[in-house]
Ligand binder design. Structure first.
Ligand code: ADP
Ligand code: ASP
Ligand code: MG
Length: 415
């Protein structure tokens, strides 16, 4: 008998019929003698709808109230799925994050799980009940509801799998695995049968939304095997696990994009010691995560400085800088929300040169201007105008030979 945590994303449970289909899949798994814990998201579009409602009340909603609001989508789906399972003759019960003891810090809308007291879940399992747990939510020390950041149900699932020492965490979604790039943008994208935690972490943190970054961190830390699969077919999916010999070691293994960031440019910043520290100190005090930073060579005691950060923080960052401006006398502060970061990911880049030059050449052939560049041993990222994202991803995917008919056929399908 195996203990399996299954997570179903928004599209997979986006209608009554789909919830019923999911219930049948769970019932089948359970009837085969497995212990199953289910985690669900809100119905597709629901969390966005709730966020829009909040914005109609105020342009800057209180984060505690925001969590109270956006955690409700998952309460709907847990109850409906539990009912659907009961209608199939299964013993099932729904649980909120609080009820299963998911304890987080107090960073509303982006809280981190600190502890899971899974006693109630263990009790339910011992009684033969299939627990259906609300993803994306927990509570802080004051018992206020918190949420784990967009896509956070993945993290709930992997964290529960770790806490329960489950044999496997299955992430059911609307694509049948992790691909070389978003298959909804590039139809020639190729499914990756097996990927290392490290490779997946890089893909996720650079924008591959198929798994939330935190969920991969949990999986890696607690060695939870994660199987990404489609909830609409029985395909073999992608196994995310420890690196092994039959994993691909491509120079470039994937292309990702991230449209959730904005660029702030400060023109005419005094070019003297302590200024960068003042600027980024003020930003980090507000718990905002800056990603890329570039500074131009100074002239006449002044320089220009640009950085990127999540769009949701950008306006607040600009306000903070406007306040600092009195001390610093910056000439102009501009905000550009129409940017995207496109990245090449691959462990093989460590030992190969020329990858960056080829990337820049591909983008320039398409007439795409590069605004910022950042590199690490295993990735290269370029910031471009967001309207060119799809074009950039397609051309890079094609030129780096990642397509279905281009890649080496070393499939070691799992499943
Ligand atoms: P869910 O609601 O099931 O959590 P998400 O929308 O969060 O689903 O994640 C699945 C989506 O991730 C896919 O529909 C796809 O557009 C996107 N995606 C981005 N990059 C990749 C990738 N490399 N492989 C697979 N899917 C990807
Ligand atoms: N419903 C939440 C969201 O849309 C969490 C999730 O889907 O994982 O971000
Ligand atoms: Mg998701």
């Amino acid at each position: 008998m195996s203990l399996i945590v299954q997570k179903y994303g928004g599209t997979s449970i986006g209608s009554v019929e789909r919830i019923q289909n999911v219930a049948e899949r769970i019932a089948k798994k359970s009837r085969k003698g497995n212990e199953v814990v289910v985690v669900v998201s809100a119905m597709s579009g629901e969390t966005d709808r709730l966020i829009k409602l909040a914005r109609q009340m105020t342009s800057d909603p209180d984060q505690r109230e925001m969590d109270m609001l956006i955690s409700t989508g998952e309460r709907v789906t847990i109850a409906l799925l539990a009912m659907a399972l009961q209608a199939l003759g299964c013993k099932a019960q729904s649980f909120t994050g609080r009820q299963v003891g998911i304890l987080t810090d107090s960073m509303h809308t982006r809280a981190r799980i600190e502890e899971i007291k899974a006693d109630r879940l263990r009790q339910a399992l011992s009684e033969g009940v299939i627990p259906v747990v609300a993803g994306f939510q927990g509570i802080n020390q004051k018992s206020d509801v918190t949420t784990l950041g967009r896509g956070g149900s993945d993290t709930t699932a992997v964290a529960l799998a770790a806490a329960l020492k489950a044999d496997l965490c299955e992430i059911y979604t609307d694509v049948d695995g992790v691909y070389t790039t978003d298959p909804n943008i590039v139809s020639a994208a190729r499914r990756i049968p097996k990927i290392s935690y490290e490779g997946m972490l890089e893909m996720a943190s650079l924008g591959a939304k198929v798994l939330q970054t935190r969920s991969v961190e949990f999986a890696m830390k607690y060695r939870v095997p994660v199987h990404v699969r489609s909830s609409f077919n029985e395909g073999p999916g992608t196994l995310v696990t420890q690196e092994d010999a039959d994993m691909e070691q491509e120079i470039v293994s994937g292309i990702t994009y991230n449209k959730d960031q904005a660029k702030v440019t400060l023109v005419g910043v005094p070019d003297r010691p302590g200024v960068a520290s003042m600027i980024f100190g003020a930003i980090s005090k507000e718990e905002m995560n800056v990603d890329m930073i570039i500074q131009n060579v100074g002239q006449a005691g002044l320089t220009d400085l640009s950085f990127t950060l999540p769009k949701e923080d950008a306006r607040r960052a600009k306000d903070i800088l406007l306040k600092l401006d009195k001390e610093l006398g910056i000439k102009n502060i501009a905000l550009n929300e129409k940017i995207a970061k496109v990245s090449l990911v691959g462990v093989g880049m460590r030992s190969h040169s020329g990858v960056a030059a080829k990337m820049f050449a591909c983008l320039s052939t398409e007439g795409i201007n590069i605004m910022m560049i950042s590199t690490s041993e295993i990735k290269i990222s370029c910031v471009i105008e967001s309207k060119y994202t799809e074009l950039a991803v397609r051309t890079l995917h094609d030129n780096f030979g990642l397509g279905e008919n281009q890649a080496p056929k070393s499939e070691s399908a799992t499943g």
